[in-house]
Write a protein that binds this ligand. Structure first.
Ligand code: SF4
Ligand code: SF4
Length: 233
């Protein structure tokens, strides 16, 4: 029988840098239609994982490295989730991959949502906590991670949830050029309209803003002593 450690070992062997497990009862606050049981009625655990996002992309003069990394890490996450499900099926355990970067319009709340919130799944699984800028902050790598998740029929011992690290300094709120963080819930559409899109001059699709990520004192994580960045703020 697989236990919590064995599940993580499989996930790490596929390329994940962090992995945690949440019991399905930690999702009671999920919006209607976006609870794990709304997707997989037999779900008992949500397995969340993260891969590191290279921190040097934050200090580049060009937006292309950050954009390209984001575009290529997304299929990597989906591929790990897919391979993990197959590995679990070989062990007769049913799992379902949740797409990493795909959202659909939720008419009840007037916003795009992933079928399961990757950030909330990661928080419930003890990977980190969501900061005021609405990004997940992990102790190991700060917000420089991308997230994936898998729903699972098997019950496993759940990991402890982390204590919040966001100190409420509001630097992220103040730095946002379009005030998208003024309210507790990010103005998702305003952020997307401003930060993502075609650059008419360079004729390329790019992500041109991650200022809230750059400025956060925990952007590299409280335990990440390997790198130091001189970020222009
Ligand atoms: S990415 Fe830019 S526009 Fe979006 S919330 Fe952060 S600072 Fe604001
Ligand atoms: S910049 Fe400050 S308020 Fe914003 S997420 Fe980081 S610690 Fe929290």
């Amino acid at each position: 029988m697989l236990d919590n450690r064995a599940v993580k070992k499989i996930m790490f062997s596929l390329g994940a840098d962090l992995c945690g497990i949440a019991s399905v009862d930690r999702f009671n606050d999920a919006p209607k239609g976006y609870h794990p049981l709304d997707i997989l009625p037999t779900c008992k655990s949500v397995i969340s994982f993260a891969c590191r996002f290279p921190v040097g992309t934050l200090i580049c003069k060009s937006h292309i490295p950050y954009t390209r990394t984001r575009n290529s890490i997304t299929p990597k996450m989906d591929s790990i989730a897919l391979d993990f499900c197959i590995e679990m099926e070989k062990r007769k355990i049913i799992c379902v991959p949740i797409p990493t970067n795909e959202s659909q319009w939720d008419k009840n709340t007037d916003r795009y949502r992933s079928i399961i919130s990757q950030k909330h799944a990661a928080q419930a699984a003890g990977l980190g906590t969501i900061g005021r800028h609405s990004l997940l902050i992990t102790p190991e790598f700060g917000s420089m991670v991308w997230l994936g998740a898998v729903l699972c029929e098997q019950e496993f011992e759940a990991d402890e949830m982390k204590a919040p690290v966001c100190n409420g300094c509001n630097l992220c709120v103040d730095v946002c050029p379009i005030n998208a963080l003024q309210n507790p819930e990010i103005n998702q559409q305003a952020c997307w309209n401003f930060a993502f899109g075609d650059d008419k001059e360079e004729r390329v699709w790019k992500i041109s803003c991650h200022k809230c990520r750059d400025i956060c004192p925990y952007n590299l994580g409280s335990q990440n002593s390997l790198v130091e960045l001189n970020i222009e703020k």
